[in-house]
Design a protein around this ligand. Structure first.
Ligand SMILES: [Zn+2]
Length: 138
């Protein structure tokens, strides 16, 4: 699976090869959820919109800005929510599988019982990216 997007006239390609890391929640790992799944969700959604983000540590791949001694480093970021039941991935806030029902609604209907924040962080310079999954109490 490959996901491409444009930002300020530059094209970024997210695929297995330029993934830096995929970090799942340490205590409550969301199962059946991986890079492939995230790229698939991004590709099938028209809601994915990356924005500028600034981090205090530079990209470990290209170290852009390090030589210039910048205090913050340029990244692009997009986040969405993934919903699971019994720690297994069921649906997300960016797919239409359950007609865009809210977590509260899906939870009440017994379809999901946990929500996770999924953050995709892309180096603005070289396009290397990471995915972080954290349990998120709504
Ligand atoms: Zn980089």
């Amino acid at each position: 699976m490959i996901y491409k997007f444009k930002f300020e006239d530059k094209e970024y390609t997210l695929e297995e090869e330029n993934l830096e890391y995929f970090a799942n929640d340490e205590n409550e790992e969301l199962q059946e959820f991986d890079t492939e799944k995230v790229l698939e969700l991004l590709s099938n959604s028209n809601e994915a919109e990356f924005q500028n983000a600034y981090y205090e540590s530079c990209c470990s791949n290209c170290r852009a800005g390090k030589e210039e001694k910048k205090k913050v480093f340029d990244f692009l970021e997009f986040y969405f929510y993934a919903y699971g039941k019994n720690n297994k991935f069921i649906t997300s806030s960016i797919d239409n599988q359950y007609d865009k029902k809210s977590f509260t609604r899906l939870n009440r209907e017994g379809i999901v019982d946990k929500s996770y924040l999924v953050t995709v962080i892309v180096c603005k310079n070289c396009g290397m990216y990471s995915i972080e999954v954290e349990e998120f109490e709504l």
